[in-house]
Design a protein around this ligand. Structure first.
Ligand code: COA
Length: 330
């Protein structure tokens, strides 16, 4: 790593899916209530992408918007990294489809990163390594998910939680003291079974049986995930703060993956960062997995909530269980 190269985020963008599915709509579909969903999760509504729109369409729109803010064009990109577990298709990479849609050149290496809800932080960490080693100059890092296409709308345990969307950032090689200070990635493979879309891969290739047994839908042991989420997210926040020699009071904005308001409130208390510093939109988007951080970051940036030299802490956790953090001097 070169000490004099920093990785700066110079543009953010998002795609907000057209459709809105409210808790009241869900009351008509499964045995649930607006009160249960609001109290247990903090979600009131979630966005649902229109028929015919694919994950790469949402992602391409988010990248165009981020490029525009960055003052760059698709041809300036030498890499596209897309965090997703709900790509357009198993092959090719969704990032390649995004490259095609935005019209980036053949010199732009494009690949996906699979780390579920932590996919954006994993992608950002990979981008940071490429930039700091001088192997890339301008990278689009994306979190894009269309979870509603993988949801069993008869399963109240999952169908009330997730939504569609995409967010993106453009990172560039810079020689200022601003940029990504550090990233920290972890995986606890004892919990691989807690969050899965089991069908459609090499273990359970698509068949009539995988369809009838609903193996192409998301399955979650919510309680198991909940038990570790607060500790792991708080640990990831603490390691980012500690390794940069700053204190919790120095953190200006927290861009956290948003799965459940109760998890975030508990993390806020545990690490002692007021919840008011969290960039939150869970209530209107639901859990958008890897898209959750870049969407909320874009809204915070465009809403004037992030200023130059602010310290922005990112934390995320998802299937794997994979989680991580990043600390950025804006
Ligand atoms: N409406 C009404 N009741 C529901 C419900 C719904 N949508 N979903 C579950 N319930 C019921 C359960 O069946 C259970 O009933 P029982 O006690 O009769 O068995 C009861 O509510 C409590 O279920 P439980 O799973 O313990 O609820 P919870 O308080 O843990 O909340 C989650 C469920 C999913 C919201 C919560 O566990 C969670 O957020 N988990 C982590 C999710 C996450 O972080 N995912 C990974 C990142 S993507």
């Amino acid at each position: 790593m070169s000490a004099d190269i920093s990785t700066r985020i110079i543009g953010t963008g998002k795609y907000k899916a057209d459709g809105v599915l409210t808790n009241f709509d869900l009351e008509k579909m499964v045995d649930t209530s607006d009160q249960w969903i609001t109290e247990r999760t903090g979600i009131s509504e979630r966005r649902v992408a229109s028929k015919g729109i694919a994950t790469s369409d949402m992602a391409a729109e988010a990248v165009r918007s981020a490029l525009n803010m960055a003052g760059k064009t698709a041809n300036d990109l030498d890499m596209i990294i897309c965090g997703t577990v709900t790509g357009d298709m198993p092959l090719p990479a969704t990032a390649a489809l995004i490259q095609q849609k935005i019209g980036a050149s053949n010199m732009c290496a494009s690949f996906d990163v699979s780390a579920a809800c932590a996919g954006f932080i994993y992608g950002l960490s990979v981008a940071d390594a490429f930039i700091k080693t001088g192997k890339a100059k301008n990278i689009a890092v994306i979190g894009a998910e269309m979870l509603t296409r993988f949801m069993d709308f008869e399963d109240r345990n999952t169908c009330v939680l997730f939504g569609d969307g995409a967010g993106a950032v453009i990172v560039t090689a810079d020689n200022s003291s601003r940029g990504i200070l550090s990233t920290h990635l972890f995986t606890d493979s004892s919990l691989t079974g807690a969050l899965q879309i089991p069908g459609g891969g090499s273990l359970y290739p698509a068949s009539e049986k995988t369809i009838s047994s609903k193996r192409h839908y998301i399955k979650m042991e919510g309680r198991e995930v909940f038990k570790v989420a607060v500790k792991y997210l708080a640990d990831a926040a603490e390691v980012a703060i500690r390794s940069n020699g700053v204190t919790v009071d120095d953190i200006d904005v927290v861009a956290a993956h948003q799965a459940n308001m109760r998890i975030l409130s508990a993390v806020s208390k545990r690490v002692n960062i007021p919840i008011e510093k969290f960039a939150l939109n869970l209530r209107y988007y639901g859990n958008t997995s890897s898209a959750s951080i870049p969407i909320s970051l874009d809204e915070a940036v465009r809403g004037g909530k992030v200023s130059d030299n602010n310290l922005v802490l990112m934390i995320a956790l998802g299937g794997g269980i994979s989680w991580g953090s990043a600390l950025i001097k804006w």
